[in-house]
Design a protein around this ligand. Structure first.
Ligand code: 5GP
Length: 192
């Protein structure tokens, strides 16, 4: 999606070898007009899939998931990061390894909100190693719901997550794919 690619090239900042900072428009300050266009594009891509719920993970996926949900006229569920060791039986749980901190944490969704009859679209801001999406896929499977696919704003195509999730037979749509980036030159090469 040209609009997002141009914005990443203009306002994205490369941190170290593998972190793309998009704090000025995507996951700290949020450009809601841009989100509107991203949501519209997710709707175009997954139109006719019968989506009944959008599932994301706190915190940075919530904004884009909510705007996207307006196009699908469905609710958003965000998986909560849990600090409780003994989790009660009324939730689905799975584990996610944080890309930025490397720590493994539990994520939970109440059984009340994710139903076997649901057709679920996963939405997140970034796809890197694929741990966040894997954790969300696990929750959908536990619930016995149908996974329609995953929509991510930015896929870092030089990292393994996209290949991993697609090899599981899950449809993944990325609005921008970063092929390479350099902190030294500041150049971010993206396409697709
Ligand atoms: P994964 O689980 O695919 O390794 O990483 C995805 C999650 O890590 C996303 O939910 C996102 O919040 C965070 N993330 C991964 N890579 C980046 C990045 O380059 N920049 C930012 N801002 N967040 C990232």
């Amino acid at each position: 999606m040209k609009l997002l690619e141009e914005r990443i090239r203009r306002d994205g900042r490369v941190q170290g070898s593998d972190v793309l900072k998009v704090d000025s428009f995507l996951n700290h300050q949020m450009d809601v007009a841009l989100f509107q266009e991203l949501g519209r594009e997710f709707k175009r891509l997954f139109d006719g899939c019968g989506v009944t719920k959008i599932l994301t993970i706190e915190a940075s996926g919530i904004g884009i998931a909510c705007v996207t949900a307006q196009f699908f006229a469905c609710p958003v569920i965000f998986a909560k990061k849990s600090r409780t060791k003994n989790i009660a039986g009324d939730v689905y749980t799975s584990k996610v390894e944080s890309f930025t901190h490397g720590k493994v944490y539990d994520i939970i969704v109440s059984k009340e909100f994710l139903l076997p009859s649901d057709r679920v679209l996963l939405i997140d801001d970034f796809l890197a190693n694929g741990s966040a999406l894997q954790g969300l896929i696990q929750l959908v499977r536990e619930a016995g719901a149908t996974l329609v696919g995953a929509g991510v704003c930015v896929e870092k195509a030089f990292q393994p997550g996209g290949g991993l999730i697609r090899s599981m037979g899950v449809r993944v749509e990325a609005l921008a794919r970063v092929q390479s980036m350099s902190q030294e030159s500041g150049v971010i090469f993206c396409e697709g």
